[in-house]
Ligand binder design. Structure first.
Ligand SMILES: N[C@@H](CCC(=O)N[C@@H](CS)C(=O)NCC(=O)O)C(=O)O
Length: 84
């Protein structure tokens, strides 16, 4: 059975989301991207608030780790996945 990517990026089409995509790509990481609908306020829905109570994008889940705030996400990815 195929192993799913551990990292999921919850994002929208804004510079804060692009920063994380760029970081993931630069680190060569495989990930799933889930677009969250800002115009429909999907980021305020219960399923999303369960792991990101500030209701803002972007956010990532990495197995059982949840990270929010774009700067913190970049730091987390660099500290955990930068092998260069
Ligand atoms: N300081 C946060 C800002 C996040 C932010 O404001 N995201 C916007 C989209 S770029 C958002 O989720 N807006 C929806 C809302 O505030 O309800 C970060 O860098 O991640």
């Amino acid at each position: 059975m195929a192993h799913a990517d551990p990292i999921t990026l919850y994002t929208c089409v804004t510079p804060n989301g692009f920063k994380i995509r760029i970081t993931l790509e630069e680190l060569g990481l495989s990930y799933q991207a889930r677009l969250v609908g800002l115009t429909s306020n999907e980021q305020e829905e219960e399923w999303f608030l369960k792991f990101n109570p500030n209701g803002r994008l972007p956010a990532i889940t990495d197995r059982k780790t949840y990270v929010l705030e774009s700067g913190a996400i970049i730091l987390y990815l660099a500290e955990n996945y930068n092998t260069k």
